[in-house]
Write a protein that binds this ligand. Sequence first.
Ligand code: HXC
Length: 510
Amino acid sequence: MTDILNELEQRRAAARQGGGAKRIESQHAKGKLTARERLELLLDEDSFEEYDTFVAHRCTDFGMENSRPAGDGVVTGWGTINGRQVYVYSQDFTVLGGSVSATHAAKIVKIMDMAMQNGAPIIGLNDSGGARIQEGVDSLAGYGDVFQRNVMASGVVPQISLIMGPCAGGAVYSPAMTDFIFMVKDSSYMFVTGPDVVKTVTNEQVTAEELGGAATHTRKSSVADGAFENDVEAIAEVRRLVDFLPLNNRQKPPVRPFFDDVNRVEPSLDTLVPDNPNQPYDMKELIHKVADEGDFYEIQADYAGNILTGFIRLEGQTVGVVANQPMVLAGVLDIDSSRKASRFVRFCDAFEIPILTLVDVPGFLPGTAQEYNGVIKHGAKLLFAYGEATVPKVTVITRKSYGGAHLVMGSKQLGGDIMYAWPTSEIAVMGAKGAVEILHRKDLNDPDKIANHTADYENRFANPFVAAERGFVDEVIMPQSTRKRLCRAFAGLRGKQVQMPWKKHDNIPL
Ligand code: HXC
């Protein structure tokens, strides 16, 4: 009996060694942790339940029968993050380059199925040379099985991808279908075709980092939602994110202990909006000042800075924030910001996370570049996302809220529940200058008349009261009491129930 137990321990120890000391050393030399070291950091101490430790591939081509490492290049199972269950897979680059065989894929599929059945998020730590070349189409089929699980799990359990090494070719499409992608700076990259193929086909010369590194995907392509300095920071930030999210689409987000006063007033907010309507101010200040303990988890911080997206808590409960940022492009809506925000709104709605919208928007960005690239369709995405979202939606207008953009940004007409406006709000079909130039075209050569017309228009519309008279705004509030108002508003909406007409699914303008 003791011999059998010893054998199990020996087999386990061998499996934990992955590709062996030399390859682990080389992994460390690249500044990367091993698959198991990463899981140790990601999960609560001693919470990891591993499955399929002894799974080995069945390939007999190219001499593969002589090398059948236990685990087959991926560590899978479940554990907890601050006591809440998550399913995980962590690719082991030290074992055959973390390449994906049929059995490697089957291990991932198994835990994805368990995650969906048991209602817990899936976190994938990606570090792989892609399809196991020796296995050919068997590997391809394995990827297909994972992709299908990504689709089925979407909107059922949160899916988070951490890219911590290579992720190339068709392999990128599994993370691409998950809810969030985070990358590690300088040691991870994602691309459909690598620099060599790019050179052959398009004659462009580009490094792997330039083509698909963390900076590229967080600043240019928006494929990734965040980039971190190293493995440790990336893993710590994923733990922080998980704390904001519900485990599945049947549960509410977690309620965390909070140590902030619900009735906290912030007198400094009364002077946040400058007297000059064209002067910017930092909308992040408002977010930090209303949030419990000032904590804001920003998503896509480096992309489309004219809109801010991320999570805060109010009374310990998660709220998704979408906010125009006057500091960047005057907070205008354009293609990039519409795409960024609509995906975020849809995530929140899928997982029952209430949405707070903070509005200071001069409209949609004009120009041929925007029109030729489809700002109509992309802007419609955001409109559609808000209109279909049935979670509690509370909106605060701080300054400008003009035209179509006013309707897009969490308006009552698009199912907004509570609409507050600061006294500094300007709710109108367009800005005074543009309106006067159309209404009084004949006076354009007379600056005095134009100035009078502009002042008239501003007096009439550059305030929240016309909208408030009609009930389009529920209440004009003091800026300093915004946190208290928001906590009350969301508390009042906790029992919200909405029935939408039956449909197989909608047809959002993609
Ligand atoms: C089998 C692989 C492998 C793979 C790496 N290895 N990738 N084995 N299949 N895809 C093995 C290497 O042979 C090596 O084994 C070990 O992993 C470490 O690899 P190195 O090359 O030494 O590491 P490094 O120098 O860091 O380079 C990493 C790399 C390179 C850039 C990822 O390994 C590489 O280019 N691999 C091939 C990538 C690729 O073409 N994959 C297929 C893409 S097609 P030893 O024994 O020497 O340590 C694809 C389609 C997916 O993925 C389709 C889904 C729909």
